[in-house]
Design a protein around this ligand. Structure first.
Ligand SMILES: N[C@@H](CCC(=O)N[C@@H](CS)C(=O)NCC(=O)O)C(=O)O
Length: 203
């Protein structure tokens, strides 16, 4: 059975757990990282001291988006790994764009979720919210055209930003009006794998 290593309050672990459920893949998630620390056996699999890592039989893999691509292409068929490279590239670019968005949203997340109230840097939160909102406006333009980040239907390209969108819409920050992004987020919330693994309290 697929083993997913990583605490579930990690954005990058949520992506993989959500995809496993979209694919109907039985898996076992094992807590590691953060307050759980690391073991030597884990660091032998992933020397980066980061989560997630998967074990799928003999395949050991880290880097969350590489894991999504591996699972999607191996188990997802055309819905998760379109044979046409141009169709695949539509969502693929948003997968990697997510890391820029994560950098933008990090200060808001760390201050508002991981720091006690008295230690929060309000200026950093405001700056982070502003850049995140401006980046979301680019998602708005894309979603207004196609409905999904992967194109005409849900796919791998929706997963990384789908995870970060939940944080964006949950943090107590100022947000611009984003009707197409809000509609996409609402559609994501109806997916059982998203509800179970992503729509959990931010910690
Ligand atoms: N590019 C890596 C980033 C992984 C990463 O930064 N993971 C964070 C959690 S989201 C982590 O391992 N933090 C240290 C820890 O949990 O102890 C990936 O996508 O897998």
């Amino acid at each position: 059975m697929l083993i997913l290593w990583g605490r579930l309050n990690s954005h990058n672990v949520k992506k993989v757990a959500w995809l496993a459920e979209e694919l109907g893949l039985p898996y076992e998630r094992r807590d590691i990282g953060g307050k759980f620390g690391f073991t030597d056996a884990y660091l032998a699999m992933n020397p980066n001291r980061l989560i997630p890592t998967i074990e799928d039989g003999d395949v050991v893999l880290w880097e969350s988006n590489a894991i999504l691509r591996y699972l999607g292409s191996r188990y997802g068929g055309d819905a998760f790994w379109p044979a046409d490279p141009a169709t695949r590239a539509v969502g693929d670019k948003w997968m990697d764009w997510m890391f820029s968005f994560a950098d933008a949203q990090r200060d808001a997340f760390i201050n508002l979720v991981r720091r006690p109230e008295g230690e929060r840097d309000r200026a950093a939160v405001a700056a982070s919210a502003k850049v995140s909102g401006a980046m979301m406006a680019r998602l708005e333009a894309a979603l207004a055209k196609t409905g999904w980040l992967s194109g005409e239907r849900f796919g791998l390209g929706d997963i990384p930003m789908g995870v970060y969108a939940h944080t964006f819409f949950t943090l107590p920050i100022d947000r611009p009006a984003l009707p197409a992004v809000e509609d996409w987020y609402r559609r994501l919330t109806t997916r059982p794998g998203y509800a179970a693994n992503v729509m959990i309290p931010l910690t």
